[in-house]
Design a binder for this molecule. Sequence first.
Ligand SMILES: *Cc1c(COP(=O)(O)O)cnc(C)c1O
Length: 397
Amino acid sequence: MRQIGREPIFVERGEGCEVVDVDGNRYLDWVGSWGPLILGHAEPSVVAAVIDAAKLGTSFGAATGAEVVLAEEVASRLPSVEMIRMTSSGTEAAMSAVRLARALTGREVIVKFAGAYHGHSDGLLAEGGSGMATLGVPGSPGVIAAQTAATVVVPWNDREAVASALAEHEVAALLAEPVAANMGVVPPEEGFLEFLREATIEAGALLVFDEVITGFRVARGGAQELYGVEPDLTVMGKVLGGGLPAAAYGGPRAAMERISPAGDVYQAGTLSGNPLAVAAGRATLAALDERAYVRLGGLTDRFAAGLRALAADRPLQVAAVPGLVTLFFSERPVRDFAGAGACDLEAHARFCRALLARGVYPPPAQFEAWFVSLAHDETSVDRTLEAAAAALDEALA
Ligand SMILES: *Cc1c(COP(=O)(O)O)cnc(C)c1O
């Protein structure tokens, strides 16, 4: 909010696709808690599942049957995942997947893409997207050089840079958001994910897809289903917890059995697989059937097409995959972090302020996605497009 020159919004409550702030202002919400709320706020089946679970006890520090049911649901959606380990945040899940990849390969170097965000663990903060990009910081104080020495950063959609990184270093894992969504939405170029798959196999490195945003959103089986490319390990979160703190990482049984206590790679968490979070995740995934994905895709298409019509021949670019949209204030299509960074952030800030003034709450940052949910409908999309038309006239005047 500071980046767009506004006071922050303090939220009092959410209802479906709307939030109400502490002053009683009502906004059509396109942030959706930054991804988890694919069913919208306070969805009755999710709320009921959480209440029912709470009555049975909020935490045990022991396994529950509900976790197994959730794991089975995940495995049924992701053929590359036979076994998962739950955590409470995407940060922990990504950090732990890296530890596992290093143990499995006996190598240290991690390759990540500039503008990709994999949570805030020290080694993965280099050139992070999301809030780091919005604040314009390449790294964070408190992270010592030794912690990022084994992290190599390459531009997204750049095959040559990936090939040289894999040739120059003994790489344990290449981490990718299969659809970059923390520098704004930047889909992989045709064949790029296939290239990552082949290049990592050739280099003896593991391919880790961070599907914390894309998982259970862009398709039933995430981006790996949408693009037909299977990683070695998958990181999940956001939608998986349905608005409560749950995340996970997973892969083939043989790899996952290296995690303690079955194996020797240590990782634990007092609240991992928390019953309330698992209940919210199960209720959320239960609502995400094929029909739901068709509807989410249709709403995304309607929104993206409307924005493209508004963009016309103005310096604007619309990027969209099912459930995710970004309007870049750029003359040229954005294919990487440098392209996203070249956007007209002042115009984008004016656009956001103008939308908020019209009761529409966009992600107030160029380097974030708009999150389409099933609580949105044709009317909320059209109302947003109407507000966007006026907001663009103001922003680009
Ligand atoms: C949000 C996010 C994370 C971190 O998840 P937290 O639950 O916020 O720790 C990791 N990877 C990606 C791609 C994300 O969008």
